[in-house]
Write a protein that binds this ligand. Structure first.
Ligand code: ADP
Length: 367
């Protein structure tokens, strides 16, 4: 996964902070009107946390009095709140270039129902599972975040491969704890990146712990689906949809293809990234660059811009770097982009694209 060029603020599970490091409140607890106040009201004690081995000093002790977290280890809750609950900057639909049909479909089928559950009942009831599939770096994570931001939901984001690799032996508990904490923070969006590594077709060589994580995940997903009162949406993202098994395809009811950006979308990406930089590209030059980026993903475009932005820096004399003032750095030019085009190449092959198209024709919803 490529790091966000703008706006993702995504955390990488387990990298930045552990349960043992200093606590940073995930919500503003001094402001009752903020989301924190709402959370406190929803999860305030009906019963005391005493007697459950809950450390009263824990910043999350108040959460542990919620029955939905019964039998969940507070250390796990802390881990989820610190590492998986995402409080990064919000993402708007305008931050995501192109993908107009996908965006409209998502608004209709998931965002509005999350905003107005009273209207979207019965036949209009929202799906509880959504699959975003397509090449890497096309905005699937951005969309997951945007759904959460735009529906006023709490965003939980985890990479499925970390459940099987990083949290060996704990993955199953993590899954259970994550759903339990998400239930306390409804409406919530649980975004699972690389979901194929979790819900892959079974093989004889499958590890016992992976099998248990998968079973737990399916149980939780089914729970979220049958409890119509619950406002939980599971969004899975994958670059390898063909590896998902039948059980996964059935549960992630809506499958939405997130394709490579078209020329106009690529132009939007460049313009947005250049908007806060000093550059000399006119509209026709931006178009000229875009015409040469057929097959580039959104992430490739961001990399291209980063590479071009280094052009002016490379033209500075190394000895001058210490004292040069910022306005002596020359603007980014179209020549910088032309050079960058020879370095940054499209990351998705034609063969892979064909696989996505085929899978979309078979399982995707038309969007
Ligand atoms: P994915 O989850 O599909 O692998 P991401 O959502 O993580 O891709 O996108 C990676 C980065 O690529 C983003 O942070 C952004 O800089 C850029 N990007 C990808 N798609 C788009 C898009 N449609 N609009 C704007 N930026 C995009």
């Amino acid at each position: 996964m490529t790091e966000a060029a703008y706006g993702s603020g995504k955390r990488s599970l387990g990298v930045r902070r552990t349960v043992n490091t200093k606590f940073v409140p995930p919500v503003r607890r001094d402001d009752e009107d903020e989301y924190g106040g709402e959370l406190m009201r929803r999860c305030m004690p009906q019963a005391s946390g005493k007697g459950r081995g809950v450390d009263e000093e824990s910043p999350y002790a108040y959460l542990m009095t919620d029955d939905r977290l019964k039998n969940i280890d507070i250390k796990m809750v802390e881990l989820i709140m610190n590492e998986i609950m995402d409080n990064g900057p919000t993402v708007t639909w305008d931050d995501i270039a192109g993908l107009d049909l996908a965006k409209t479909t998502i608004q209709e089928i998931v965002v509005w129902p999350m905003l107005r559950p009273d209207i979207f009942t019965g036949l209009r009831g929202p799906p509880k599972g959504l699959l975003l599939f397509g090449p890497p770096g096309t905005g699937k994570t951005m969309i997951g975040k945007c759904i959460a931001s735009q529906s006023g939901s709490t965003f939980f984001s985890i990479s499925a491969s970390s459940l099987t690799s990083k949290w060996v032996g704990e993955g199953e508990k993590m899954v259970r704890a994550m759903f339990a904490v998400a239930r306390c923070h409804q409406p919530a969006v649980i975004f699972i990146d690389e979901i194929d590594s979790l819900l892959t077709q079974r093989s004889d060589t499958e590890h016992e712990s992976s099998r248990r994580i998968k079973t737990e995940f399916l149980v939780q997903l089914d729970g979220a689906t049958t409890e119509s009162e619950e406002r939980l949406l599971v969004v899975g993202a994958t670059n390898r949809p063909q590896e998902l098994d039948e059980a996964a395809r059935r549960r992630l009811v809506k499958k939405l293809y997130i394709p490579l950006p078209e020329e106009k979308a690529r132009q939007q990406i460049i313009e947005k990234l250049l908007s806060n930089q000093s550059h000399s590209l006119g509209e026709s030059e931006v178009q000229q660059v875009c015409q040469q980026t057929n097959g580039y993903s959104g992430a490739d475009m961001a990399n291209l811009c980063r590479e071009a932005a280094l052009g002016p820096i490379r033209s500075i004399n190394f000895a001058d770097i210490h004292h040069i003032s910022i306005d002596q750095v020359r603007p980014i030019t179209v020549e910088d982009f032309i050079k960058a085009l020879s370095i940054i190449k499209p990351s998705v092959s034609d063969r892979d694209l064909q696989l996505y198209e085929d899978w979309n024709a078979k399982y995707g919803i038309s969007a």
